[in-house]
Design a protein around this ligand. Structure first.
Ligand code: KE4
Length: 424
């Protein structure tokens, strides 16, 4: 069945024909294709097209799709069942690996999505501090829980509803939004809410408003001001954890947050989330403490087995320098093609994450991200897709590379993206 036939059927029963809005192509135009198989850096569509994939299922596929080691780990776990509803050995091994990779995490709780992880982390910050307000940053996306769907990025920004309908004003009032990379705004937020800020949650490197990195010293400034006010600092590393370094952004920046949220890579492509950090905070969680959090499939053996296999591969391969070389190669190809064409572009990149903003303005926050020429991005997106490269169908997402992009795939992708720019 073709993508268009499948989409026609999906539209009858699934809102927008998709199970997650950012997949819907509504901001780039056209209709989404359906994928029937994926391997390495390649997606195989329902129309039998092969595409070089830079979405990597929104981050999990750092080893490429359907890696043999991850596939074998799932098959092996499957022999013993899909879910037990009791503690299982995989959960212990996963917890030990996470604590080993991320030294700031003394204790960790598994859940089933990044949304659950961030929702639980802010509840924990509120329970631990007995305060109500949370600071988040404009354009950062932390999943779709009510308190965090305020000035949110990713699909919320893509579809023009950063402040989602259905979130009670009373909830939104407890969320203070400040611009990323703005120290004065941070000072003002704390001054205006003395003794009331339970937690600050940040994508230390932003991946949901395009890819944006912090000014030098900004994260340390954030660490200092939260420590001064007894506010819980939460690094949302659902996207960057294990991707930009074994220990994520906090390893690169040498910052120790109080809590960290995780997801994506630690599920090897299966549903997963996790949150962890200081033991004195984590021990406020039920069944030890008064902050309730739970999940039927939390620590699911198949997801744990897949995630463990993926983390073991990262331990063995330590692929970060290779991934950064691939990212630089792509960045340089796009910069060169845009220079030749006389198009202004910003291509922020770190390791296996990058994004492309068609603007002369250096992008350092939500406001400057919006200076990107969205129409030009959409034309670029479709030109790439027509030639065989799939980028995220939104100007406000990060692109992801995997180790499977090494060799022919990255060379072909550079050719395709350069040719697409030449046609703009
Ligand atoms: P999930 O609930 O989608 O597993 O994770 C939410 C989340 C939390 N924190 C960060 C930093 C995230 O990037 C995400 C989810 N990322 C988006 C992609 N930008 C998921 C894609 C989608 O919504 O379909």
């Amino acid at each position: 069945m073709s993508s268009s036939d499948l989409f026609a059927r999906a539209l009858q029963l699934i809102p927008g024909g998709v199970n997650s809005p950012v997949r819907a192509f509504r901001s780039v135009g056209g209709a989404p294709f359906f994928v029937k198989a994926a391997r390495g850096a390649t997606l195989v569509t329902a129309d039998d097209r092969e595409l070089i994939d830079f979405v990597c299922t929104w981050g999990p596929a750092i080893h490429g799709h359907n890696h043999p080691r991850i596939k074998a780990a799932i098959a092996d776990a499957l022999e013993r069942g899909t879910s037990f509803g009791t503690p299982n050995p995989y959960e212990v091994e996963m917890a030990e690996l996470i604590v080993k990779f991320v030294p700031s995490i003394q204790k960790v709780r598994m859940c089933n999505s990044g949304t659950e992880a961030t929702m639980s982390a802010i509840r924990l910050a509120r329970g631990f501090t007995k305060r109500d307000k949370i600071i988040k940053f404009a354009g950062c996306y932390h999943g779709h829980s009510d308190s965090l769907l305020v000035a949110a990025g990713s699909g919320a920004l893509t579809h023009g509803n950063p402040d989602s309908a259905g979130v009670p004003a009373a909830f939104a009032r407890e969320t203070v939004v400040v611009p990323y990379n703005d120290r004065a705004a941070l000072d003002a937020a704390f001054a205006a809410n003395p003794g009331q800020i339970a937690g600050v949650i940040i994508e230390a490197y932003c991946g949901n408003v395009g890819f944006i990195m912090p000014d030098a010293g900004y994260l340390q400034y954030l660490r200092d001001i939260t420590a001064k006010h007894g506010t819980v600092l939460i690094f949302d590393e659902v996207m960057t954890g294990f991707r930009l370094a074994k220990g994520g952004v906090q390893e690169l920046e040498k910052i120790t947050p109080d809590l960290t949220t995780l997801g994506k890579i630690i599920g090897g492509g299966l549903p997963v989330g996790a949150f962890g950090g200081r033991a004195d905070i984590m021990d406020c969680l039920a069944p030890l403490g008064p902050v309730y959090q739970a999940g039927t499939l939390s620590g699911n053996p198949l997801a744990m087995a897949a995630g463990i296999a993926g983390l073991r591969l990262l331990e063995e391969q330590n692929p970060y320098a290779r991934l950064d070389a691939l990212g630089r190669k792509l960045r340089d190809a796009v910069l060169a093609a845009c220079k030749a064409k006389g198009i202004a572009v910003q291509v922020p990149q770190c390791g296996s994450m990058f994004s492309i903003f068609f603007t002369p303005t250096p992008v350092r926050d939500y406001a400057t991200a919006l200076t990107g020429n969205k129409q030009l991005f959409n034309r670029f997106f479709h030109a790439c897709l027509a030639k065989g490269v799939y980028l995220a169908p939104s100007a406000y997402e990060a692109a992801f590379l995997s180790t499977a992009h090494e060799g022919p795939a990255i060379d072909r992708a550079c050719e395709i993206m350069s040719a697409a720019i030449a046609e703009l």
